[in-house]
Design a protein around this ligand. Sequence first.
Ligand code: 13P
Ligand code: SF4
Length: 322
Amino acid sequence: MDLTAPYVPDLDSIPAGLDLVAEIQRLKRARKAVLLAHYYQEPEIQDLADFVGDSLQLSQQAAKADAEVIVFCGVHFMAETAKILNPTKTVVIPDLDAGCSLADRCPADFFAEWLKQYPDHDVVSYINCSAGVKALSTVICTSSNAVRVVESIPADRKIVFAPDRHLGTWVMQQTGRKMALFPGFCIVHEQFTAKRLAALKAQHPDAKLIAHPECDASVNQLADFVGSTAALLNFVAKDPAKAFIVATEAGILHQMHQRRPEVELIPAPVDSGCNCSLCPYMKLNSLEKLYLCLRDLKPDIRLDEPLRLRALKPLERMLALG
Ligand code: 13P
Ligand code: SF4
């Protein structure tokens, strides 16, 4: 059971003219807090963070954090994972509504029913899921270690992969392992289409297309490189190309610009007219809400201990793989 109390940030309680950046820095010291931020956060939040990373790096940082408070600027499953791994810390997130389409569309009770079709399977779950789904899993993976995690499972074992069907498809292609896939997807990465990206590639023949494995298989097939946000950042930092088409959430461009200010970074467009390459959940966090959560130490993630212990096991299996 998720015991976190509902909480609505009171933005009107912020004094007019407050220097939010200075106050956040002061409160971070006063609270003995560490600020972890995902690459998809707004640049001003990334710039205030003690550590910016992908899901795997952030869970590793959360597991070893010795600060009294972990402020998780990311989405709910990330903050919840931090609490599972480091339960004695106060873990706060600026906006409790910062969910994830993958986690939200795979509720644990539904997943438990769905799993009944696969009684003798190992369950590999992407970290983008709730504690309840983690508790039903054999091992957790992130986009940066999914191939390694699946390869660690003995060849004679049957595997279910959840909840991202695109990451699952990509892992099947990389490993040659057949897996039963839960039909989930990320609403951001699902928007990129091979047709639109092929046209963009034709306009920028020297640019390399790089994609996150949450994209559709047709996009990944077209890409020059597929990897997690940290792997994409690394690729841009080291590759000699002078232009990159980036098929993932546009928040990652901030760090890419810092590493390679001289290269052209082209955010992959989506087929609809909206700004769908921005994750609406990640973007719920703001400097104002970050200030409030440091000031009030709310909303803080709370979990029922038996559930936490069941969710911890598959996470520990993942972390043990390095
Ligand atoms: P990574 O952090 O593993 O690249 O995953 C991206 C993502 O969608 C996080 O929700
Ligand atoms: Fe979830 Fe997609 Fe947003 Fe990542 S980008 S948090 S997978 S909805």
